[in-house]
Every structure is written in structure tokens, then in C-alpha cells.
Write a protein that binds this ligand. Structure first.
Ligand SMILES: Cc1cc2nc3c(=O)[nH]c(=O)nc-3n(C[C@H](O)[C@H](O)[C@H](O)COP(=O)(O)OP(=O)(O)OC[C@H]3O[C@@H](n4cnc5c(N)ncnc54)[C@H](O)[C@@H]3O)c2cc1C
Length: 553
């Protein structure tokens, strides 16, 4: 970036503008397989700053096509979403205010960490139920921009369901609020002689003209973060048109959001968990079917290798929690340790949690679920409250973090980390998946954890990516897994999004015609390609090869 652009930016932008190595290095990484060194990091203080930034970039773009803006909030993305070689706009430093908490909603800036957001909303006994497993380290910016999901998504859906309004900065630097519009309000918007008016006019046309195709290609699984959610803009039930639903999940490629109104839910007060220790995976589909009938709030799983890592790093995990809690948890783990000593580590641990208004109701649900499995003669246990089930949640929530701090010389490599298939396909899908993974077993160790009730698997191989052979495996194995997932009617990403790693698979997943609609959507919102280029649209396999890490740092 040239000095003139920096000077222009300094005149209108009130936050810090820096190319200090510490800031640049931090912004060059997320939790993906990639590294991109940005030329500049800026810390906006408010929406006006974001608008000023976009205006300067837009002008500079006329002479320098390489300039762009990529948003960053918590920086925990697993797909390379917040990485760029140009400007990073980092939100957690200043734009980190919760503006309002109402009775069933909250208004927030993007740089608020989820852990702080939840503390405030719980004071009114409400919460965003789509929080991800990275809840302690991620921020609202990425939760909305990735359309994140988590352990309660089975019952409550993903973030898109809760995004009511978004204040956004559009690609000409103008600021507007996107929300549900009645037909006559939409018509008024379309008359505006501004970029906003143009966007409404063109998006309405695009959605109307291609209604059938969009409906046909709408993912047929319970969660998806791939592509642009064109199928979510119109709400037939309320007869409204809401572009905020499209910005949600778009990874900062269509607009930058600066304020969000999120609908929140009153969580049930009590939980009981049925834990199933599974030795044979062939009965998994049957178990999942029966458990889903009992309507758990969460239905999660992790495998034997995750359990082994957890025990290896148990002390580290417990240390982070303080002495009193560590002792309590260590005692809680004793029956499981005994079980393992007698019967060995189960192949998979399934956690079905039931939430109700009273402890008795929650327990009754867990018991009913256990009874529904009686004829399968499984090893099970019921954890009667959240304090008892906490140990399972710690292992499940920390499963990726455990991998990241695990074996020296290995890197936890997310590239087949988030696909989704319908649970009904498990009997045929899982053996085929295992056969593919087995072909590469000399190249990595892998664990499986995930949202078993949604058919959403997190497979994050531990590999030595300093070895060129292993990096080749990434590009060879991913298309095989994605071919299989697509053949079974699934999606490549349920919540982690496309980023650098999955954007090139979008045509394979949605087909060429739909890819064309995604390109048109990008063109309508961001004709100069100012926002986060190469994600969602225009990303290539060469990007993956070029920017993949070459050491296990
Ligand atoms: C241990 C671990 C567990 C995880 N578990 C889950 C999980 O259960 N579910 C899940 O969904 N994800 C999970 N993730 C991935 C990631 O943490 C989430 O997607 C999270 O919501 C990202 O939030 P962030 O603030 O860190 O986003 P960032 O990494 O900062 O950004 C993510 C994307 O959002 C864009 N963005 C950020 N702010 C804005 C903004 N203001 N306007 C426009 N675009 C913006 C960025 O450009 C980028 O493309 C996990 C990651 C880790 C490390």
C-alpha cells in the first residue's frame, strides 16, 4: 500500500493505523491452515471510522487493484476467513460495546467477546443459543459473519435465526441498517438513488428470477454455512425481505457489520444428560434415530482418540480452572477412569442432554431416552445435573483446543473439519468415509468429534505439515471426502464457513448456475471487490497451495 493512501486514511480515520510487526503477525493467523501477512492493521473506534476506511480504500482501488479490507473480530476462524495481504480492520480493541440488553434481544458491536456478551445477557436470563464451542475466545463479529452454530443448535438453530437487524457499511462507505421489510417498504427502498437502493432492486430481481433454482439448491441438511444464503432472504411466513440474513454467514465479503440486533431465548433452567459409551459403530445410526425422537437439546459426540488426548492433557485442562474446581472435576472423573480400566476406552462417547424447567422433568427425559435404547444393551450413565455432566462438556468443548496443544511436530489441520450429512445416511456414509480416511492413515492421526444429532462431523487431522507429502494429502483427500459428502446430499461446512480452504469447492457443491448467482450477489454488493476478496467467490486451489503453512508453528 502506498504512503498516499495511508496519509489519506490518517486524515479521516480516528482509530490506530499500524504496520507494527506485533500487530501484523497477530493478524496474519487465525486457527486455519493458512498464513497471510497483511500490509496494514487498523482499529476502528466506531461506524464512522469503518465508513471512512471503506471510502479511502474505494478511491485507492481505482489505481491499485490489490487493496481491500478484511474484517477481524476474535480471529478464531478455522477456514482462513479473516486473513488477507491487504488491510485488516480489527474490531475487538474499540468496537466492543454491548449497547442494549432488552427482555428478549440484545444490541451489540462486533468486537464484543462472546464470553462478555453472555455474562450481560444472562443477567436477564436470556442467551444467544447458537454460541460456538470457541465461546471463550471468539467474538460476535465472527459469530454473525460465519453464521456460527454450536452444541444447542440441534434445538435452537444457528445464528441466522437470531439476526434481526444489522447496521452495515456498504462498499461505497455508506451506512445503513438491514432488517425485515414488508413489501411496500422494499418498494420504497428500491426507489433510492443510492448503492443501497441498487442493492435492493438487483437482489429482489435476482431472487425473483431464480426462485426455483435457489429453492432446489437450498442445502438439504439441518445446518449450512457454505455459499451465500440466498434462500434465507425472503421469509414466506411473515412476507418480509431481510438482507441481514444474507450478510450473516457471508464472511465479511458483502459488507462490514458494525451493530447487530440479535433475538435471544430464555434457556431452560435444568439439564440432565444420558451418556452412551459405544464400542460398535454399526449401531450408531439406530441410536441416533431413537435419541432424536426424545428431542434432546444437544446431542454431541467424541471418539476414543479425543478421550485419550483429554486424559493426557487432563492436568493442563484442570490447571486452567483453579484448584477447587480442578479437585471437584478430578473426583467426578473417577468412575469413568474405572470404567476404562475395566472395559477399555469406548470407541465413541455420545452425550444426549435434555433441558427442562425442572430437574425432575429433565431427569425423566434422560431416563426415557435410556429406556428407548434398552434392547441394545449399551453401557450408559445418567448425569442428573449440569455439575455432573460438566466433565463431558469440558472434553467435548475442548476437543479442538486439545488437538491444537497436543503432539509436538504435529499441527491440528482443519480441512475436512465441518461437513454435514443427514443422520439417516450414516449406515452407508460412515463405512465409505472410513475407507477413504484409511487410505491416508500413514499421514495423520485423526479424531472425530461433533454434533452427531445434526450429522455435523469435526475431523481435524493431526499432521506434520512441514512435510510436502502431507501437504499434498490435504489437496488430495479433501475432494474425495467432499465428493462423498455431496453424493450423500450433504454440505461441506455446517458452521466453520468457506474461507480459503473451501471456497474452491463451491461450484462442486452448488453447481455452476448457483455459483453464477453467488458471483452476481458479490457483484451487486461489492462491484469493486473491496471486501475480503477470494472468499466465497473467486478463491482458487492455487490460493490454498500458496498460503498453506509450511511448518507446525
Ligand atoms: C477451539 C475452537 C472451536 C470452535 N468451535 C466452533 C463451533 O462450535 N462452531 C462454529 O461455528 N465455529 C467454531 N469455531 C470457529 C470460530 O471460532 C467461529 O466460527 C467463531 O464464531 C468466529 O468468531 P471470531 O470472532 O473469532 O471471527 P474471526 O475469526 O475474527 O472472523 C471470522 C469471519 O468473520 C468475518 N468478520 C469478523 N468480523 C466481521 C464484521 N464486523 N463484519 C463482517 N465480517 C466480519 C471475518 O472477515 C472472517 O471472515 C471454533 C474455533 C476454535 C478455535
Amino acid at each position: 500500500m502506498n504512503e498516499k493512501t495511508k496519509e489519506e486514511l490518517a486524515q479521516t480515520f480516528k482509530g490506530e493505523i499500524t504496520d507494527a510487526q506485533e500487530d501484523i503477525q497477530k493478524a496474519s493467523r487465525d486457527t486455519s491452515l493458512f498464513k497471510r501477512i497483511p500490509s496494514l492493521v487498523v482499529y476502528p473506534t466506531n461506524t464512522k471510522d469503518v465508513s471512512a476506511l471503506v471510502k479511502v480504500v474505494r478511491t485507492a482501488k481505482e489505481n491499485d487493484n490489490s487493496i481491500s479490507v478484511t474484517a477481524r473480530s476474535g480471529g478464531t476462524d478455522m477456514s482462513g476467513g479473516p486473513l488477507t495481504t491487504s488491510i485488516v480492520a480489527s474490531f475487538t480493541k474499540h468496537m466492543n460495546h454491548i449497547i442494549e440488553v432488552g427482555d428478549d434481544y440484545a444490541v451489540t458491536e462486533p468486537g464484543v467477546y462472546y464470553r462478555d456478551f453472555e455474562k450481560e445477557t444472562l443477567k436477564k436470563n436470556i442467551l444467544l443459543p447458537s454460541y460456538p464451542a470457541s465461546r471463550e475466545i471468539c467474538a460476535m463479529g465472527g459469530i454473525v459473519a460465519n453464521n456460527s452454530g454450536g452444541e444447542r443448535t440441534l434445538k435452537y438453530g444457528k445464528t441466522e435465526r437470531y439476526v434481526e437487524e444489522l447496521e452495515v457499511v456498504l462498499s461505497d462507505g455508506s451506512v445503513t441498517t438491514l432488517k425485515a421489510l414488508a413489501p411496500e417498504e422494499l418498494e420504497e427502498k428500491k426507489k433510492l438513488n443510492t448503492l443501497e437502493g441498487e442493492i435492493y432492486e438487483k437482489m429482489d430481481n435476482l431472487l425473483t428470477k431464480n426462485e426455483k433454482l435457489i429453492e432446489e439448491r437450498r442445502p438439504k441438511v439441518s445446518k449450512n454455512s457454505a455459499g451465500y444464503a440466498l434462500w434465507s432472504v425472503r421469509d414466506i411466513k411473515t412476507n418480509t425481505f431481510n438482507l441481514a440474513k444474507l450478510i450473516c454467514g457471508s464472511q465479511g465479503t458483502l459488507a462490514l457489520w458494525t451493530k447487530a440486533k440479535l433475538g435471544l431465548v430464555h434457556p431452560k433452567a435444568h439439564r440432565a444428560m444420558l451418556v452412551i459409551f459405544l464400542d460398535k459403530l454399526d449401531i450408531l445410526p439406530d441410536i441416533v434415530k431413537r435419541i432424536l425422537k426424545q428431542e434432546p437439546e444437544s446431542f454431541e459426540s467424541y471418539d476414543d482418540k479425543t478421550f485419550t488426548f483429554a486424559t493426557r492433557f487432563l492436568l493442563d485442562l484442570l490447571k486452567q480452572m483453579g484448584l477447587a474446581k480442578a479437585i471437584h472435576l478430578a473426583i467426578e472423573f473417577i468412575p469413568e477412569v474405572e470404567e476404562v480400566l475395566v472395559g477399555g476406552v469406548p470407541k465413541m462417547i455420545l452425550m444426549a442432554e435434555f433441558a427442562e424447567d425442572t430437574i425432575e422433568e429433565a431427569d425423566a427425559k434422560a431416563v426415557a431416552a435410556r429406556d428407548a435404547l434398552a434392547d441394545l444393551h449399551l453401557s450408559t450413565t445418567i448425569e442428573k445435573n449440569e455439575s455432573e455432566s460438566e466433565k463431558y462438556w469440558i472434553v467435548r468443548r475442548e476437543s479442538f483446543a486439545l488437538l491444537r496443544k497436543s503432539l509436538h511436530g504435529y499441527y491440528a489441520s482443519p480441512f475436512i473439519d465441518d461437513f454435514v450429512v443427514q443422520p439417516e445416511t450414516y449406515p452407508k456414509f460412515l463405512p465409505e468415509l472410513n475407507a477413504i480416511l484409511d487410505q491416508y492413515k500413514d499421514h495423520f492421526i485423526y479424531t472425530i468429534a461433533g454434533h452427531i444429532g445434526n450429522g455435523n462431523f469435526h475431523i481435524i487431522p493431526l499432521m506434520n505439515i512441514a512435510e510436502p507429502e502431507n501437504r499434498k494429502v490435504i489437496l488430495e483427500l479433501a475432494p474425495k471426502v467432499y465428493d462423498l459428502v455431496i453424493r450423500y446430499g450433504g454440505t461441506t461446512t455446517g458452521e466453520h464457513n468457506d474461507g480459503i480452504i473451501r471456497t474452491p469447492y463451491i461450484p462442486q457443491l452448488f453447481g455452476k448456475e448457483m455459483e453464477e448467482l453467488f458471483k452476481q450477489t458479490k457483484q451487486i454488493f461489492d462491484p469493486m471487490n473491496i471486501f475480503n476478496p477470494g472468499k466465497k467467490v473467486g478463491g482458487t486451489f492455487d490460493d490454498i497451495k500458496r498460503d498453506m503453512l509450511r511448518s507446525n508453528e
